[in-house]
Design a protein around this ligand. Structure first.
Ligand SMILES: [Zn+2]
Length: 56
């Protein structure tokens, strides 16, 4: 049904340029998540979640 999968980070339509992400921002976000796992920082990550506001 879904021919093109959305960005795994924010679920927006992804860009061919930044596939499988929608933007360089989400690509960096994904890398950051990997680094965060490595560092195992306590508590939730403090960052704006404007990428997640796609519920409308
Ligand atoms: Zn994205």
């Amino acid at each position: 049904m879904t021919k093109s999968r959305p960005c795994p980070i924010c679920r927006k339509p992804r860009s061919e340029e930044f596939a499988p992400f929608c933007s360089a921002r989400c690509r960096d976000r994904d890398l950051a998540s990997w680094f965060n796992e490595g560092y195992a920082i306590p508590g939730p990550a403090v960052e704006p979640e404007d990428e997640l506001r796609d519920e409308d």
